[in-house]
Structure formats: C-alpha cells, structure tokens
Design a protein around this ligand. Sequence first.
Ligand SMILES: NC(=O)C1=CN([C@@H]2O[C@H](COP(=O)(O)OP(=O)(O)OC[C@H]3O[C@@H](n4cnc5c(N)ncnc54)[C@H](O)[C@@H]3O)[C@@H](O)[C@H]2O)[C@@H](O)CC1
Ligand SMILES: Nc1ncnc2c1ncn2[C@@H]1O[C@H](COP(=O)(O)OP(=O)(O)O)[C@@H](O)[C@H]1O
Ligand SMILES: [K+]
Length: 511
Amino acid sequence: MFVLTSSQMREIDRKASQEIGIPEVVLMENAGFCVFEEIRKDFETLDDKNIAVFCGKGNNGGDGFVVARYLAQVCPNVKVFLFDENVTLISKVFLDILKRLEVDVSILSEELLLSLKTQRFDIIVDAIFGIGLSKDIDGLYKKAIEYINGSGAYVYSVDIPSGICSDSASVRGCAVKANKTVTFVYPKIGNILYPGSYYCGKVIVKDIGIPEKIIKDIKVKILTAEDLDISKFYRFPDSHKGDYGKVGIVAGSKYYPGAAVLCSNAAVQSGCGLCYLITPQEALYFQNLRKPEIVVLPLEGKEGVISFDGFVKFDEYLAKFDVLGFGCGLTKNEEVEKILIHILENFQIPIVIDADGLNTLSSSQKAKKLLANYKSQKVLTPHYMEAARILGVDVKDVAKSPIDAATKIASEFRAICVLKGSRTIITDGDEVFINVLGNPGMAKGGSGDVLTGIILSMIAQGYSAFEAAKLSVYLHSLSADILLEKKAMQTILPSDIIEGLDSAIRRLIEG
Ligand SMILES: NC(=O)C1=CN([C@@H]2O[C@H](COP(=O)(O)OP(=O)(O)OC[C@H]3O[C@@H](n4cnc5c(N)ncnc54)[C@H](O)[C@@H]3O)[C@@H](O)[C@H]2O)[C@@H](O)CC1
Ligand SMILES: Nc1ncnc2c1ncn2[C@@H]1O[C@H](COP(=O)(O)OP(=O)(O)O)[C@@H](O)[C@H]1O
Ligand SMILES: [K+]
C-alpha cells in the first residue's frame, strides 16, 4: 500500500478534477460519506447519541459538513462548531446545505467552548485541519483540541488528526488524539510514522473514487507480505548446506560478547547453510548460549577487542563467505577502523554493517569513501542515533524526517539502508518501504543484532540485499508480534525473537 505526502495527495486531487473531470465537490461528498459510514458501522444506533463536529475553514472542514449532514439524518443531536465562517468555495456548498437543512451550526468562541464543558458528547468528529496544516496550533484552535482530548468522547479524525503534520508525522503544538482516523485514497506519512500514528488510533483507508491510473510515481509503501519474495524458502529435496550459503560474522568483544552470540544465533536460526563467527578469544568466556551449529574462529585480540594482526589471518576464510556481517559488539577503536578499511580495500563480498561498524564508518572519511565505491552489495542498519552520526546531523533531524535520512544514507553509499526504529524504513535510495509490524517489546539491547543475523542469512540464501532487508525486517517484527500473543512486552527478549522465527517463517509461508 502506498503512503503519500501532502503534495502528492494534492497532485492526485488536481489530476482527478482538472484532467479527468471529477468535480471536487464529488470527492468531498465521497470523503464525508466514507467517514459517516465508518461511524454508523461502529455504533448499533446513533439516534440516542450526542455528536459534535468541529470544522475548520479549509476543505477538511468541508468534509466535516458532509459528515454532519449524514449524521443529522439519523441523529437529532448533532452540533456543528465552526471556527471561521469564511470557508473555501467547495466547503461553502456543503455549509449552505447544512444551513438550509437547519442543522445546528455555531461559530466557536472562547465562551461557547467554556459552556461546552458542562455538556457531554458521545462522539466528536475532528474536521479542523487535514493536509493543509501550515503552522503550529495556538489560540482557540489549541483550546478546542484540548477540549476534544479531555471530553471522553469517541473521536474520529477526518484524514489526519488536527495538529499532526501529514508529511513528517510530528505534532505541531498540540494534536487531537483520535480513536479512529478515516483517511482517503492512501494513508499519508503522518498516519503511519510516529508520533502521528499514535494520535490516529486505528487508521481506516477509504476509496473516494479517484481512478487508480492517475496515481503514479509513488515511491513510499507500507511493507506487507505481498512485497516479499519467499520463493527461496522452498528447499529442493536433494539440496545440501552449500546451497544455502556461508555467512561470516565479525562481531563481539570482551565488553559485548552477547552481541556476537545473538547475531550468529539469528543467522543459523533463519536458514543459512553455514555460519562462521570471527570473534576475539576474550569474548568466548560468555558463549555458552551460542548455538553449536556456529563455527567459531577465535581471533587474537588486543585488550579484549579484535586486532588487525589477528584478523588478517582469516583473509582466506573471508574470500569464501557469501556475505559478511561487521560490527555487532566490536566496540570502536583504531584497530576496528583498520580492519574495516582492509575489508573494503581487499574484498568484494556482500557486506552488512551494523552498530560499531557504523560508528567506525561515521568517523572515518577513508572508510566512507571506500564504502561508497565498494563493488558489492551493501546493507547499513543504523538506528536513529547511528544515522545521525553517519550524516553528521542531530538525531532530532533524523527523527523529523526519517525517510529523507534513510534515503540520503542509501544514496551516499549506494547501499540498502535499514533505518531502525518503531517504524523501520528500508530503502535503496529510490523505493522506500515502511515496516508497520513490531512492538515496544523489541526495544531492548540485542534486538538489532538479531536483525543483522537474519539479513545476513537471507543474503547467504540467495536474496538480493534489498529483498533480504525487507524480508528480515518483516520476519523480525512478525516474530515479536507472535510472541506478544503469549508474552508480556517486558519479558520478550531478543533471544526469544530468534526462537520465534520458526512461527514467523511458517506464518509467512502459510499466508
Ligand atoms: N479535492 C480535494 O482537495 C479533497 C480534499 N479533501 C479534504 O481537504 C483537506 C485539505 O484541505 P485544505 O487544503 O483546505 O486544508 P485544511 O482544511 O487542512 O486546512 C487549511 C486551512 O487551515 C488554515 N490553517 C492551517 N494551519 C493553521 C493553523 N495552525 N492555525 C490556524 N489556521 C490554519 C489555512 O490557512 C487554511 O485556511 C484534506 O485533508 C481532506 O480532508 C477531501 O475532501 C477529499 C478531496
Ligand atoms: N517500539 C518499537 N516498536 C517496534 N520495533 C522496535 C521498537 N523499538 C525497537 N524496535 C526494533 O528493535 C530493534 C532495535 O535495534 P537496535 O536499536 O540496533 O538495538 P541493539 O543495537 O541494542 O540491538 C530494531 O530492529 C527496531 O526496529
Ligand atoms: K482532521
């Protein structure tokens, strides 16, 4: 499913009306009716409800007038509150109809808002601002939104909760906290990314009669099972381990031995034929939880961290790997940088760089340049802070526009970027997928190491870096969601996510 920016939505509206000839009033009528239908579906009866519809002066308010008209046909207690009588031309069509039908329409003032505190509404429709929100909310708008949020009513937002920026999903001053948001054509970024997604409640996407053929060149999509290639999950009966690829992992240190265990355990649990773990000897003390299927190549370390001299002894192995993982739990020092540069200068293996591999990259101009020119597939898996370090920006800037940040990293390094967060973004610099599965039970140290292991395993099994990244992000969070059916968020561990891959893969295959 596509995800739109406000300008894409406007362009689609423009084409529908100017090129195809569908009048804008028809689209507004359809939008309002869709919202009404959703409300009618949710309640057995509406005639005993007290309903308020808050309408802004733009077209979002126009949708609100349509909703109010339909509601007034089935409910005697519908009140419309208008912020400004100076509404858009199309909205005026529907405001005039309301007036002719003698629906209760009032201009909202501070006094009127205060008097509403003694009334109780069962349902409130928020049609104050949609994709046209252009500045932070203040004044009477702010007070009305605070009133709506404190009212205890069941709240429907039209298109997007008022106060949420449809392009960044940020809260502009304050925002309506809806129970349900009915959006049109396709969801907007503000409906999908956080914090906007939280304010939306349940998001319902409705078709308002815009022909699909005018919706072109949309690059952002929600990641769904339909976007995944599972053809390589089929195993020929006479296949052998060599058919499922060799993963090499450079990970772990005296300080973070567990990261290496989680990453390599996840790799073997998700199907690669062989998995080799290159880790400093000093990290082995902790490895009793390591799966026995992993081949360990202990490396001579330096103060508990991998050393360049120790590492180059494994060059022969590196040449045989189908994919190399670099970074989980390595820590960051000059030796790690030297090793990364050595790999980038001397090998051409598909590479997945995570954690300290990314931190090393951020501070090494030489490694950055080599990576950009590295002639094999690359996947970078930063979380927001790691992305900020790579881009040399503040983490707030990444949070404000994560799609831009991920796209920039992918383009700069000609890599697949997996920008990890509550909504992980996967991009090759052109197409963008947003993952909407997963839960805060995953917000624990080690979840990222698990994801890296899965991506490595999928590349080893023959998937392209982009397909592997999509498939792995999906399975990783599907596993956590399945665990949530039986476990509390607090007790879901990254190691459980590894074990849960079994259910996740089976559920994906079975559909
Ligand atoms: N053909 C179309 O364009 C369609 C539009 N639709 C609806 O129209 C909406 C977009 O309508 P508009 O472009 O008129 O935009 P909005 O209705 O979202 O808001 C724009 C109006 O609010 C004012 N405004 C913005 N931010 C403000 C702030 N912080 N404080 C005070 N005033 C502020 C602007 O000056 C402008 O008057 C969509 O979200 C959707 O609900 C639907 O009817 C479907 C068809
Ligand atoms: N609130 C959340 N909802 C969904 N997924 C989450 C949430 N918090 C974290 N995750 C996922 O958990 C993983 C955390 O990775 P990362 O930050 O690299 O952790 P670590 O480096 O400690 O392993 C990412 O895949 C991320 O998408
Ligand atoms: K709204």
